[in-house]
Design a binder for this molecule. Structure first.
Ligand SMILES: NC(=O)c1ccc[n+]([C@@H]2O[C@H](COP(=O)([O-])OP(=O)(O)OC[C@H]3O[C@@H](n4cnc5c(N)ncnc54)[C@H](OP(=O)(O)O)[C@@H]3O)[C@@H](O)[C@H]2O)c1
Length: 236
């Protein structure tokens, strides 16, 4: 498990230090860096960078307090992220890519940088092209969808208990729809995109009383604002 240095200031809630990730045994955190109007990228996939330096540092602190960081295959193919901790102290998480069809671009830096461990999660029936070089977890699929809770369970079985779902939209939305996220950190930047990729795209609801109303702690981070949503403490 990751050892979190004491000098990392990050608390999952600034007003409730007892709920610090450091003290949690297991947690699944989702994050999205989004605009005021709820976008995480332009329609062409440009997302670097929506957040300020402080907002980006918060993402790196999230990476530093978890055991693994999960991203979807499209985020890898479009963003080429390294998923390492660079803007704060702390150890790098294991990097997990959800790639049910084996279509990830293997020239992406996380496969080439010789950095932290990479695990690919794919379908039982997929003959993944990177299986000879990287750890592959095969799980049962329904039309190429893997149950998010099965992904968390498989990671827990391998000793990874603190999980960050970094995005993109599809990956995080599927985890949210499955009730697999404990805490959602929305890092909102003072920017209006007007149109683009929405942060979340959940299953539709009919009535407002079906909407999620989490317990929220808000705190400023430079020009950004973090909404720390506790999805295990939802109101009526
Ligand atoms: N602002 C931010 O915080 C942030 C963070 C990350 C990414 N982004 C942006 O988000 C965009 C990418 O988001 P996206 O929604 O297009 O794609 P994505 O979430 O990165 O990847 C989606 C794909 O991953 C696979 N996948 C995800 N969950 C799965 C599951 N439970 N079971 C099986 N497969 C699963 C599927 O692959 P298949 O299609 O092969 O079935 C799915 O279509 C990029 O433009 C990136 O810049 C923004």
């Amino acid at each position: 498990m990751t050892t979190i240095p004491e000098n990392i200031p990050f608390k999952i809630s600034t007003t409730d230090p007892a709920s610090s990730v450091r003290r949690m045994e297991r947690v699944v955190i989702g994050q999205l860096g989004q605009t005021l109007d709820g976008c995480i990228a332009t329609h062409t996939g440009d997302s670097k960078y929506i957040n300020s330096e402080s907002g980006l540092r918060h993402l790196h602190e999230l990476r530093a307090v978890v055991d693994v960081v999960i991203v979807g295959v499209s985020a890898v193919n479009e963003d080429n992220p390294s998923l390492t901790v660079r803007l704060c102290e702390g150890s790098n998480p294991v990097r997990v890519v959800l790639d049910p069809r084996g279509r990830v671009d293997l020239s992406s830096s996380l496969f080439q940088d010789g950095g932290p461990k990479v695990i690919i999660v794919t379908c039982e029936e997929t003959d993944h092209p990177a299986a000879d070089r990287f750890d592959v977890i095969k799980l049962s699929c329904d039309n190429h969808h893997i149950e998010p809770k099965a992904i968390v369970e498989a990671l827990n079985e391998r000793g990874y208990y603190k999980v960050l779902v970094e995005g993109g939209n599809t990956t995080l939305s599927r985890f949210m729809d499955a009730g697999a996220i404990d805490r959602l950190h929305l890092i909102v930047a003072p920017m209006i995109m007007g149109a683009g990729l929405p942060g979340l795209n959940l299953l539709p609801i009919e009535k407002l009383n079906q909407a999620i109303r989490p317990e929220v702690t808000v705190y400023p981070l430079g020009s950004d604002i973090v909404f720390d949503c506790n999805l295990r403490a939802t109101g009526a």
